[in-house]
Design a protein around this ligand. Sequence first.
Ligand code: NDP
Ligand code: 2IT
Length: 448
Amino acid sequence: MVSASQYVAKVLEKLKEKNACESEFHQAATEILESLELVFEKHPEFIESNLLERFVEPERVIMFRVPWFDDKGNVQVNRGFRVQFNSAIGPYKGGLRFHPSVNLGIIKFLGFEQILKNSLTGLSIGGGKGGSDFDPKGKSDNEVMRFCQSFMTELQKYIGADVDVPAGDIGVGGREIGYLYGQYKRLTNNYSGVLTGKGLAYGGSLARKEATGYGLVYFVEAMLKAEKKSFAGKTVVISGSGNVAIYAHEKATQLGAKVVAMSDSNGFIYDPQGIDLDTIKQLKEVERKRISEYMLTHPHATYTEGCFGIWNIKCDIALPSATQNEIDEQSAQTLVQNGCIAVGEGANMPTTLEGTNVFLKNGVLFAPGKAANAGGVATSALEMSQNSQRMAWTFEEVDAKLKNIMENIFAQADSAAKEYGHAKNYVIGANIAGFLKVADAMMAQGIV
Ligand code: NDP
Ligand code: 2IT
């Protein structure tokens, strides 16, 4: 029989050949598969049943046309996606991303990561992801609504509370989930928990909005605690100023840290006194404006065009929470030189493979996204539980469960890393711990 490393290399080579233009999927798969070599050494039965080649192939890929009328009466056409990657441990679960950069490779990398992330939560949810190359920026509410209605007209054929439960991601927040839910209900005449991140008036969960950012900070706090460190008194830089970034700021500040920089896709602000979160919430959640407008009310701060320069700001803890590949090798080196002790990925795959290696080699505590940002989807699963029970839990109940789940994910990643001889390497730990549960379920279910 082939060795574990030959087997992994062969599957990876075939994956790259079969999915030639999907660079983000190659990147996510390379990181995950290389960690899994250690698992295949211990489990030759996984190689015998060609588990890995089945694991990297989505169970189903849906791609569809999304036609809609803009406010001028012109017909616009976008492309919609839903990748139903793996249902071994539960119904497909994962967000929808609306951003002009969206393509199949991006949705596949996100869906692939989601399988392991969802497994780490300990809850019964499989991996999926979807979205569209639609750009909500600069569109009127009516345009966003017409787009969402058209998108759901097709998507509703493939989803269901026990089948596939989408949620938000970049460009999809409460407004979009509301329009999508309204159209689902209208077409199916079925009031069920088919989407998460819903408004509180129609089945949403308290603390879902806060969950990814809070969960990120809970995870990093657990990672720091293992080194007898904490957030108190630390300087923090957070990229992005969307859902994840805002609530990471809120929780880090509650724990005694000072957040000095945040960004959007145009540029970043630096406020040495600590960024005023109420202003950011007003600009981003209410007015949908650019972060540069922070300067109008906080003239002592500085604004710099371009989002990547944010990593030149000296900090103790970096929480990249905007998008993929925002920290490259150079930015990682700068962070290390500036004395950064911990990095927590709020975004999915915000660090390149080279950047990750810089952190690991220099002893920076590194919390990979699939573990550190799992609080969002975990709380989505709590929303699904509340929907099935027709119950609503209090904010405190949900938040306490979230904190417990994040501490548990840290413990799993930590113990798998130790067991496989790579203590404190939470990339390897999270990949292995997440994979083993899915692998066991796939083995038990036969060749499917
Ligand atoms: P939002 O749409 O609320 O915010 C995204 C933020 O990132 C905005 O500030 C946006 O700036 C910035 N951004 C987006 N794309 C780019 C880009 N290509 N270059 C530079 N900046 C960019 O999204 P979320 O906060 O929900 O998501 C942020 C990240 O967290 C994503 O990687 C997502 O996959 C991940 N994530 C989200 C979860 C959730 O529950 N929402 C759960 C787990 C992970 P601008 O406004 O200018 O576009
Ligand atoms: O990347 C993610 O985990 C999300 N965007 C959240 C998915 C969800 O189903 O809540």
